[in-house]
Structure formats: structure tokens, C-alpha cells
Design a protein around this ligand. Structure first.
Ligand SMILES: [Zn+2]
Length: 180
């Protein structure tokens, strides 16, 4: 959990009943859980165990259900949807290395995208961006093989801005075999 000293932890909706809360539009609920700093915009709601914000999205009303259906989405992905009007294609990169950040801009959370990836790759040297022995060790520690490894690798890929394949190769020691 990302905590910031002196941040108001109480949401403006804390005193509303569940029904009013449900009736509040998603984007209003969303922004009530974001604390904007001069740099990162920090998610104050629930976090996944990897530090990404979690947001309960209300799904379009289905007459078969009395209550509105809700679904967990990553907060930064919903922030992207709010800003651009569409869901991101593929993973979003956290340029600021703060998983709980939901600020959509080039310096914080962005889509990456083919052109940018290619340009960054040329500028920094593809392998330097992706992998250092430290990152390799961290990925292997965070992705123990066995049940759920695919999900863990996918999450690690998003976290480190690598392709899922690159992470898979690291975990199964196709690449970086010499790193203990
Ligand atoms: Zn940020």
C-alpha cells in the first residue's frame, strides 16, 4: 500500500450509504480516490498486491440483475479510458515507476506504442531499457514457476515494460542464464 504522509484517507463518499455510492457516476467515484501531487497522481483506493490501483467499474445495466454489476479494473487503465475515451491497447507503461500512479501523460503512465518503443529502443539500446541483472533477479523472484506463473509473468511484463515473451524467457532461463 502506497501511503503518503498527511494525505486525507477519508473519501468524500465515506459517509454516503452504499446505495448513494452505487448511484454516483464512475468517474466521480474514481476521482474521489485520487490524490494529485505535483508529480504523480496517487490512487488512494484499494491496491493489487503489486501496487496497482483497483477500481470497481459499473457495467452497463443488465435487466436480468437487480443490482448494477461491477467489475474490477486497473485504476490506471480506467484513467486512460477517462482521458482518451477508449481503453488502452495492450499494456500501459509506468514511466514514473509508481504503480499506484494514474496520471496519463508521457512522463507518468502512457501507452508506449510501437513508434515510441522503437524510438526509445534506438536511443537507449533495447537491452539496456529492458534488462539489467538486478531486474532479472527481481523478475525471477516475483515469478516463481508453478501455478499462476503465466499471470505473474504477464504482470511483471507490464511492470517492467517488457514483452510477456521476454519475461517468460527470463523466468525459464532461456536468456540471462548466467544471472544467479
Ligand atoms: Zn506518476
Amino acid at each position: 500500500m502506497v501511503t503518503v504522509a498527511g494525505s486525507p484517507a477519508v473519501s468524500p463518499f465515506a459517509r454516503l450509504g452504499q446505495r448513494d455510492y452505487r448511484r454516483t457516476p464512475d468517474h466521480v467515484r474514481f476521482w474521489s480516490k485520487v490524490r494529485k501531487t505535483r508529480g504523480c497522481w496517487l490512487w488512494q483506493g484499494g491496491l493489487s498486491k503489486y501496487g496497482y490501483g483497483k477500481f470497481q467499474l459499473t457495467l452497463p445495466h443488465d435487466p436480468a440483475h437487480l443490482k448494477p454489476k461491477q467489475k474490477h479494473v486497473a485504476a490506471h487503465r480506467y484513467a486512460f479510458k477517462l482521458k482518451t475515451g477508449r481503453w488502452p491497447r495492450g499494456y500501459l507503461l509506468h514511466e514514473c515507476d509508481t504503480p499506484g500512479c494514474v496520471r496519463i501523460c508521457a512522463d507518468h503512465v502512457h501507452e508506449g506504442g510501437q513508434r515510441r518503443n522503437v524510438r526509445d529502443g534506438l536511443r537507449r539500446g533495447r537491452s539496456r531499457r529492458c534488462t539489467t541483472p538486478t531486474i532479472v533477479r527481481r523478475i525471477r523472484r516475483e515469478c516463481p514457476r508453478g501455478k499462476g506463473v503465466v499471470r505473474r509473468m504477464r504482470e511483471a511484463a507490464a511492470r517492467y515494460g517488457l514483452s510477456p515473451t521476454a519475461v517468460c524467457w527470463i523466468v525459464y532461463r532461456v536468456t540471462w542464464r548466467w544471472v544467479k
